[in-house]
Ligand binder design. Sequence first.
Ligand code: SF4
Ligand code: SF4
Length: 141
Amino acid sequence: MSHKAWYHKGLRFQCTQCGNCCTSHGEYAYVYLAEADVRAIAAHLGMERAAFLERWCTEDEGYTILRMDAPACPFLTEERGCAIYPVRPKQCATWPFWEDNLDRARWEGPVKECCPGIDSGPLYSAEEIERIARETEEWYG
Ligand code: SF4
Ligand code: SF4
């Protein structure tokens, strides 16, 4: 419940576009794609769904993920931008407000260590944070 959560006064976040979260960090190694992501990104790239899956994706325990042949996401540009920004996967759009990350130790530990945008910028209310986390969970089903 929001009023009891450790982040009940909200959390600040503003992306500095450092590109850190688009680069593999152990447990943050995977970019998951829901079917809606697959279709949107394939269409954005002007590719058939099957060709997109073949070229850019692989499977992990039944989930479709971007194929990371290098530590950095294949869509991370040299300018540290996202080449598919308008259709980037849901988890990219909703970072850092994922359900798992709302564990205080995780937020103040690995999440903050990975992301310099934590604790700066606009304040997100507990309700908004939980809405984003819920939306992300539902997206991936
Ligand atoms: S690690 Fe944080 S600040 Fe850096 S690109 Fe990712 S969201 Fe933005
Ligand atoms: S798809 Fe874009 S936002 Fe997501 S990890 Fe790759 S470069 Fe980063």
